[in-house]
Design a protein around this ligand. Structure first.
Ligand code: AMP
Length: 212
C-alpha cells in the first residue's frame, strides 16, 4: 500500500506529476489546493474562510486544513493508496497525518526559486477542463484551451506578490519537513527542472523499485 507525499515548492510540478503517478499506479490523487478551490467555487462556508488566506498567498490555518484532509481520507478511493500533493505543509499537519496513516514515501521535487517564479507567472489554467499551461507546456492558440477552446485564466495567487510570499512560506514552513521525515529512511529526491516526462520517469522508478 503506497501513501506518498510529494514535497516541493510551488511550480515544481507536483500537481502534474501526481496526476501522472496516480494513473500509473492506480492511486488516489489528493491535492489540498484543489480541494480548497473546489470549496471556493461552490461557495461553501469552508471555502469562504479559506479564500481570504489563499488570495493573500498565506497558508490556510492548520485546523481547517486538517479537518478537510481527514474528510477526504474517509472517501473509498483512498483505500487503494494515495499521493498527497500540497499536504502536509507545516509540522502540525505532518504530526496530524502521522496519527491517521503510515506514510511510505516522501519525495522531494527540487527546483530553484528563479525557475519556480518563471513557471508560476506564466501558469494559466482552463476553467472548464482544468488543464494547466505555462512556459513548459504552452497552449496552441494564445489564451485558449487546446481541449475545448475555453478561455484560460490566471490564479489570483499566481500574481508576482503572492508568489514570493508563497515561496518564502515553503522555505520557512514546509522544507523543514524533510528533516522531520529523514530518520525514517523513506525520503527521496528528483530533479524538477527536467522536462515533465524525465521527472516522471525518475519518480516512477523510485516507486517501482521500492514496492518490489
Ligand atoms: P496550491 O495549489 O498547492 O499552491 O495551494 C494553493 C493555496 O491553498 C496555498 O497557497 C494555500 O493558501 C492553500 N493551501 C493548500 N494546501 C495547504 C495546506 N496543506 N496548508 C495550508 N494551506 C494550504
Amino acid at each position: 500500500m503506497m501513501h506518498v507525499i510529494l514535497l516541493g515548492p510551488q511550480g515544481a510540478g507536483k500537481g502534474t506529476q501526481a496526476k501522472m503517478l496516480s494513473k500509473a499506479f492506480a492511486l488516489a490523487h489528493i491535492c489540498t489546493g484543489d480541494l480548497f478551490r473546489e470549496h471556493i467555487s461552490k461557495q461553501t462556508a469552508f471555502g469562504k474562510k479559506a479564500k481570504q488566506f489563499i488570495d493573500a498567498g498565506k497558508l490556510v490555518p492548520d485546523s481547517l486544513t486538517i479537518t478537510m484532509i481527514k474528510e477526504r481520507f474517509a472517501k473509498p478511493d483512498c483505500k487503494k493508496g494515495f499521493i498527497l500533493d500540497g499536504f502536509p505543509r507545516t509540522l502540525a499537519q505532518a504530526e496530524a497525518l502521522d496519527e491517521v496513516v503510515d506514510i511510505t514515501h516522501i519525495i522531494e521535487i527540487k527546483i530553484g526559486d528563479a525557475l519556480a517564479i518563471k513557471r508560476l507567472t506564466s501558469r494559466r489554467q482552463c476553467k472548464v477542463c482544468g488543464k494547466i499551461y505555462g512556459i513548459d507546456i504552452p497552449e496552441k492558440v494564445k489564451g485558449k484551451c487546446d481541449n475545448d477552446n475555453s478561455p484560460l485564466y490566471q490564479r489570483d495567487d499566481d500574481k508576482e506578490g503572492a508568489i514570493k510570499k508563497r515561496l518564502h512560506l515553503y522555505h520557512e514552513e514546509t522544507e523543514p519537513l524533510l528533516e522531520y521525515y529523514k530518520p525514517r529512511n523513506i525520503t527521496f529526491s528528483v530533479d524538477g527542472s527536467l522536462p515533465v516526462e524525465k521527472t516522471f520517469q525518475a519518480l516512477k522508478k523510485i516507486l517501482e523499485e521500492t514496492s518490489l
